[in-house]
Design a protein around this ligand. Structure first.
Ligand code: NAD
Length: 251
């Protein structure tokens, strides 16, 4: 339950606590994939602080309106700055997949759109912001293979109805998929331990998921402080792959 607390910074204590937890839920963001070579959005080396070579900001280009009115620029941005075909899962993804295999972890909830948790072997993955691995026609909803979309250099249009083909991601101002959100809330409510990592926790409604946690062990792992640090039982300002590896080694 949020809203206490005495924050603990001991890896050993977190490891012991994790051992006695029975149902862990993980909630993560872009920081989970930086070690795989995919930049996050908001840290110093993140996409929002990089030059995009466009007169539009990344926030603007990732909005619904921009996509609909400037699909060519959107796809150019997607190909140059968001699509990492060679990225491989890193230690954080693999530790979480192992925790699920050991029946310690009930779900990975992610804000990431890169599909790396599934690539590492995680089975129950709730993608709050969708996935860049899936595409569909906005008009007739026909699904398109990502490889096919990425293999062409022009904006994709549906071969059946001519509608604009879009990635199955949640753009700014679009609502989250209610089924994914509800499944995520349900997993968080059932968890006795929640590990949150690699997220600035400023994107809502995703960050609001923490408010549903009713367990007694909240572990926050992020390079930089987050607005939720004071409400956590354990806080680690370090690399998520390293911290997860250390606190899960006895499970
Ligand atoms: P964010 O960029 O706002 O925050 C990322 C946080 O992770 C930062 O606070 C940073 O300090 C921390 N971080 C970076 N590398 C880390 C590491 N190795 N270990 C620990 N912490 C690390 O990202 P967010 O909170 O996920 O929210 C923003 C949006 O970014 C989401 O909507 C998501 O869809 C999108 N996004 C996704 C990807 C991806 O799919 N890989 C990449 C960039 C952005």
């Amino acid at each position: 339950m949020l809203g206490h607390s005495q924050v603990n910074y001991s890896l050993e204590a977190a490891r012991e606590r994790l051992k006695t937890s029975r149902r862990v839920t993980f909630f993560g963001g872009a920081g989970v994939s930086t070690a795989s070579g995919i930049p996050d959005f908001r840290s110093a080396t993140g996409l929002y602080n990089q030059m995009t070579g466009s007169r539009y900001s990344p926030e603007t280009m990732l909005s619904h309106n921009f996509f609909v009115h400037h699909p060519d620029e959107f796809y150019a941005f997607l190909r140059s700055s968001l699509y990492y075909p060679d990225a491989k899962p890193n230690a954080a993804h693999y530790v979480l997949a192992q925790m699920e295999e050991k029946e310690k972890l009930n779900a990975v909830i992610t804000q990431n759109i890169d599909g790396l948790h599934q690539q590492a072997g995680s089975k129950v993955v709730y993608e709050l912001h969708g996935s860049l691995k899936r595409f569909y026609c906005m008009r007739c909803h026909r699904a398109y293979q990502a490889e096919r979309v990425y293999s062409q250099e022009t904006t994709p249009y549906c071969e059946v109805c001519g509608g604009l083909v879009r990635p199955d991601v949640v753009l700014y101002v679009e609502p989250l998929d209610p089924d994914v959100l509800n499944a995520s809330i349900s997993a968080v409510r059932k968890a006795d331990c929640m590990i949150v990592g690699g997220s600035s926790l400023v994107v809502y409604p995703a960050a609001g998921l923490l408010d549903y946690f009713r367990g007694d062990c909240l572990i926050l792992i992020n390079r930089e402080p987050t607005p939720y640090d004071s409400q956590a039982d354990f806080v680690f300002h370090g690399d998520i792959g390293e911290v997860l590896t250390q606190i899960s080694c006895d499970l």
